[in-house]
Design a protein around this ligand. Structure first.
Ligand SMILES: [Ca+2]
Length: 92
């Protein structure tokens, strides 16, 4: 599955919202159902974004201030919207 989304991403450089969500899920490497800052950083690096740690810091400051995790459905949704607006990796 990971190979599939990487190939899709390489074609256009962009993902659908559903694909991006799958990417996030696949980077929940410790399987605790939450995306930590470190896991998110690895995901962004893997899709080829520059300065992933800075991007994660800025995103988390807005989405979940004072917390190190994306954990609720609302936060997932906000992260996807944030990625669409700021990172240019999602199809419109
Ligand atoms: Ca996790």
């Amino acid at each position: 599955m990971v190979v599939v989304w990487l190939n899709q991403g390489k074609g256009s450089g962009k993902f659908t919202r559903g694909e991006f969500r799958d990417i996030l899920r696949s980077f929940d490497t410790d399987g605790d159902g939450r995306i930590s800052k470190k896991e998110l950083e690895q995901a962004l690096r893997r899709v080829g974004l520059r300065f992933p740690s800075l991007k994660v810091w800025k995103a988390m400051r807005q989405i979940s201030p004072g917390d190190d995790y994306i954990r609720s459905e609302r936060e997932y949704e906000e992260l996807i919207q944030y990625a669409q607006k700021h990172w240019g990796i999602l199809r419109a």
